[in-house]
Design a protein around this ligand. Structure first.
Ligand code: SF4
Length: 1019
């Protein structure tokens, strides 16, 4: 008769099982013993504990999936397992086929969306786990929503394929194992002892196999978390449900396990009281549960004391929280002497913490075992490979190709490609405005050659012509190397990709003969600090490739395009994970994966509101209403909304036997306060509200707590000079007010910008807008390095519109002027027209017609007096007396009109739509108009100016800033401008260049946008 033993968490249920196994083996050393645990992590942990207790000889540790396979082998009915990669592929092929036949319409739009095929796989898995056959499902959904009909079609096609091919998935093996047990009454009768522990749920498949096996084994021992005295404890909600299911299926009654809590007193007390309606249960005959006492609580300010207990810690961000938790973990290992495998970091949702934890563990020198692995596509070696393979599929995009040439993960030396070739290719492609496509690349090389010839004709030495030729040759060789067959089988494409990756030099003594390889594995091995991780990822990548070949063998070979093959490959890599080899390390896991494990110390992260308890969501394919309807028709699919979060928290908090750290971030990503989770509040209340440690960025770390060399240096402030400078720089730059020697305070520049220097209005406006922008653009003389783009940018647009208006007011018909400028524009201004160019020309001409009409309207009574009038630059400059002394200026004035009274009006065309108001002049950011008006009077001597405005060409209207309307009149505008000009020049000469992002955001043309620490996004 099977026995079901109940005990709360931490009462040594696994020990009990191990003890019993040891007893049986002591009596019968070769007796067959089978232990079933929920997953591979627990299987590994169980084996370790078994080994530590004296040996595993004769004991088979299984999950249900491996047990199914074992039973089928024993029944001499082995059946090949459908690997997950092949299963995903198969489902994708089935969905495509059904879409083509018109049998899937509702879900057709989702078929290529990430996650859809995985969701289908999970649904089919659930149906099979629940033992619902395709025909039963089909019958039950008659008259239901078309959604369910489509799922049913996929399920039937999938199941038919498996049966035709005589393959099975894991759940199918479960069915077959149960059938084998039913048809073979002796199967499993040799089992001396069957043990089951660590579960908090059983699906119908598992129950069916377990109930058959449990009654055949000579002895069956099942342990489960629970409390016979208090079966309805809220924390045991999930376990109680399982207990009832087991009792019904196996016809057994639970017994209380004779044991005591093995948890540290503080954790044990929390275990007893968690989620209880009152701290004391004083029902007749029941023992009162006392709240935690002072001596049961761990001291808060002495983390290295080695005293067991519960600690609470809040940190400003997730990243700071992860660092503090990892520091605590290191203290448990170093100070308390715990083994790495005895410590774990858990979170309800691990993903937001995983990257930080990995980075910090590397800094602290702590090996990690990340349960569930890391996303394969995030590994840098695999990302580089995908980028390389994407080149022919995505028509040789410029940026990706340059990244591949510069990648440390490929050895391109055999093709004469190195860093200097990549730099020159970058230059050539920028000059040729390459975005993608071999024709654009080849055009760019031709253009480069022409430019070399021209510069040679001018008498210059042709710059790097030979080098340019070498780069062109290397480019063509690279393209040949990477050009796969246009249409072939997946197997051939996989061979092509394998040849690109190359052999692992540590495993192969002879080089590959195919002559294609880029030695990706050898390159990955070249960096010792990342070699292990990258080689593991590349191996997992090769497994993905093998899966594709296997899928093709199973589904039948077909010819596909390379783009389709690459899309398949990328799809599978997106859902694949890899695990760097680590037999020993601190476990990092989600709470779900860690259920049933027992550890000495656990840090439980993310106890802020909304994180844990997590909001339960209904399944996207089988909704709660579908489940209810199916239930009415006799198919029992469990709800997804069990309300089990309290049990999961109970399980997580009781994984630690000695030390438990609870942590949470107190600020959300948007900087708003983040409330604590109710679970945090509950456990804190039960612990009598001890002090909560708070990690704030402004607090200095106690050097004794430093967990890495970097932390120690930071804590002791023992910096060398470069580090000191770095720290000072960072402090200056995170200060909200810019200033000081790290914030644009430079050297004296009075010589460079002395009295002979001639200023343009735009340079002074640049200083007035942001002094650091002026410094980068005009002192360092850096130019923005924008990526080539299709079509023209706003600066080209401005030049075209100015030129057309100049030609028009010079006497040409507007349409003729526009046609001539547009025809020459791509060559003259250097842009690659898009297919919209024809339409854009018509649109621009229409705007110009409107602007000319509107300008004529506001110019009634005025006569043009000068167009494109130049001052400075060979003509007399404008000289202004300012606080910086005499300042000389130059420029081109778009237009000067004369009023009937002879006074003049200055107009400057603007192609952009940004509002220009009097405020901009008052702030010293818009000085052009008054400078031009002053130049008309003083430099050009055309007469007195009485007004002026900017003309917004595209809006066909004047700016709100009008000189004549400026507060105090045009004279006040002049005085204001001259004051700003003087101040700007004084400050420039003195070297004051602090960054000052404009309130409306930084201009896209600022050359510092890619590196400026004060950059502010525009709207
Ligand atoms: S990015 Fe912004 S703050 Fe930085 S220099 Fe340019 S305009 Fe100034």
């Amino acid at each position: 008769m099977p026995r079901l033993l109940l005990a709360p968490a931490g009462y040594g249920k696994t020990e009990k099982i191990i003890q019993r196994i040891r007893q049986v083996l002591a009596e019968q050393p070769l007796a067959p013993v089978i232990a079933i645990v929920p997953n591979m992590i627990q299987a590994a942990g169980f084996r370790q504990r078994l080994a530590a207790a004296g040996g595993t000889l004769g004991v088979e540790v299984h999950t249900f999936h491996t047990l199914y396979a074992e039973l089928l082998i024993r029944a001499e009915q082995p059946i090949p397992l459908l690997l997950d990669s092949v299963r995903i592929h198969l489902l994708r092929a089935i969905v495509d086929d059904l879409c083509q036949q018109g049998k899937i319409r509702h879900y057709a739009a989702l078929r290529n969306k990430p996650g859809f095929i995985s969701a289908l796989r999970n649904t089919i898995e659930e149906l099979k786990r629940t033992r619902i056959l395709p025909n039963d499902f089909q019958t039950a959904i008659i008259g239901s929503d078309v959604r369910l009909e489509e799922i049913s079609q996929v399920y039937s096609a999938y199941q038919n394929w498996l049966q035709e091919q005589n393959w099975a998935d894991n759940e199918g093996r479960g069915w077959l194992a149960a059938i084998a047990l039913e048809s073979n009454p002796t199967l499993g009768t040799d089992i001396r002892l069957l043990t089951v522990c660590g579960f908090d749920e059983f699906n119908p498949n598992q129950l069916s196999v377990l109930s058959l096996l449990a009654n055949r084994a000579r002895e069956t021992l099942i342990t489960l978390t629970g409390d016979i005295q208090h079966p309805q404890r809220p924390a045991h909600h999930r376990f109680h449900r399982v207990q009832l299911t087991l009792a019904n299926s196996l016809h057994i009654q639970p017994e209380a396990m004779d044991s005591v809590s093995l948890l540290a007193p503080a954790i044990a007390q929390v275990e007893k009281t968690l989620f209880e309606p009152g701290l004391a249960r004083n029902a007749p005959g029941e023992e009162a549960i006392a709240p935690i006492t002072e001596d049961q609580r761990a001291p808060q300010n002495d983390p290295g004391s080695g005293i067991a207990g519960i600690e609470f810690l809040e940190a400003q961000t997730r990243s700071a929280e992860a660092r503090a938790a990892m520091r605590w973990v290191k203290a448990r290992i170093v100070r308390d002497g715990l083994a790495l495998n005895d410590v774990a970091i858990l979170a309800r949702d691990l993903e937001p913490y995983r990257p930080d934890l990995e980075e910090i563990a590397a800094e602290f020198g702590i090996p990690l075992r990340v349960v569930g692995g890391q996303p394969l596509q995030e590994n840098p070696a695999v990302a580089a490979l995908l980028l390389l393979l994407s080149l022919p599929a995505e028509d040789w995009p410029r940026q990706s190709l340059l990244e591949v040439w510069r990648s440390p993960y490929f050895d391109l030396s055999e093709y004469a490609i190195n860093a200097s070739e990549a730099t020159l290719l970058d230059e050539i492609s920028r000059q040729g405005r390459v975005m993608a496509g071999l024709s654009q690349w080849r055009e760019a090389f031709e253009l480069w050659e022409k430019c070399q010839v021209l510069s040679g004709e001018d008498g210059d030495v042709p710059a790097s012509k030979e080098q340019g030729d070498r780069v062109k040759h290397a480019f063509e060789t690279f393209v040949d190397l990477l050009s796969p067959l246009a249409h072939t089988s997946r197997r051939e494409y996989v061979a092509f990709v394998e040849s690109m990756i190359g052999d692992d030099p540590d495993l192969t003594s002879h080089p590959s003969l195919n002559g294609r390889e880029l030695n990706a594995v050898a390159c990955a091995r070249a960096n010792p600090s990342t070699a292990e991780r990258d080689v593991a990822a590349l191996r997992a990548f090769k497994d993905v490739l093998r899966g594709l070949v296997l899928a093709e063998s199973a589904l039948g070979e077909e010819t596909v395009s390379y783009a389709d093959f690459f899309a398949d490959l990328r799809g599978v890599v997106e859902s694949a994970t890899f695990s760097p080899p680590a037999q020993v390390g601190v476990m990092v896991s989600s709470v779900l994966d860690a259920r049933g494990l027992s550890l000495q110390a656990v840090a439980l992260l993310g106890l802020s509101e909304g994180e844990f308890p997590k909001l339960e969501r209904e399944d996207i394919l089988l909704r709660e209403s579908d489940r209810a309807a199916l239930c009415e028709r006799g198919l029992v699919l469990e709800t997804r909304l069990h309300g089990d979060e309290a049990t999961l928290f109970y399980q997580a908090a009781t994984r630690a036997r000695q030390h438990l750290l609870l942590t949470r971030p107190y600020l959300a990503d948007d900087g708003q306060p983040w409330e604590a989770s109710p679970f945090w509040e509950e456990i804190h209340r039960l612990s009598k509200k001890p002090a909560v440690g708070r990690v704030r960025p402004e607090d200095q770390l106690n050097p004794a707590e430093a967990a890495s060399h970097v932390e120690w240096r930071e804590a002791t402030r023992e910096f060398d000079i470069p580090m000191k400078n770095g720290v000072e720089t960072l402090i200056a730059r995170i200060n909200s007010k810019a200033g000081g020697k790290y914030e644009g305070e430079m050297f004296d520049l009075s010589e460079r910008f002395g009295v002979d220097y001639t200023w343009s209005a735009s340079r002074l406006e640049s200083y007035g807008t942001c002094p650091f922008e002026f410094f980068v653009a005009y002192v360092l003389e850096l130019e923005p390095r924008a990526e080539p783009e299709d079509g023209y940018d706003v600066r080209v647009l401005g030049s075209m519109l100015h030129k057309i208006l100049e030609e028009f007011y010079g006497g040409k018909a507007l349409e003729v002027a526009a046609q001539e400028v547009f025809a020459a524009a791509p060559q003259a201004y250097g842009f690659r027209p898009t297919p919209l160019w024809e339409v854009q020309q018509k649109e621009l001409l229409k705007r110009l017609e409107e602007t000319v009409a509107a300008l004529a309207e506001v110019s009634q009574g005025y006569t043009p007096r000068a167009l494109e009038a130049k001052f400075g630059m060979g003509a007399p400059p404008l000289v202004l007396k300012t606080e910086a002394g005499e300042v000389r200026l130059h420029g081109y004035i778009d237009r000067v009109d004369a009023a009937p009274d002879g006074s003049l009006r200055v107009i400057d065309y603007k192609s952009g739509g940004a509002v220009i108001s009097a405020m901009h002049l008052k702030e010293g950011r818009r000085l052009q108009l008054p400078i031009y008006a002053l130049a008309v009077q003083a430099a050009l001597g055309l007469g007195e100016v009485s007004g002026g405005f900017y003309w917004h060409i595209q809006k066909a209207e004047a700016s709100s800033l009008k000189l004549e309307n400026f507060e105090g009149g045009i004279r006040a505008a002049f005085v204001t401008a001259i004051a700003h000009i003087g101040r700007h020049v004084v400050n420039i000469r003195a070297g004051h260049f602090e960054p000052k992002p404009p309130t409306e955001g930084c201009p896209f043309y600022c050359p510092a946008v890619n590196f400026c620490w004060r950059y502010k996004k525009g709207f």
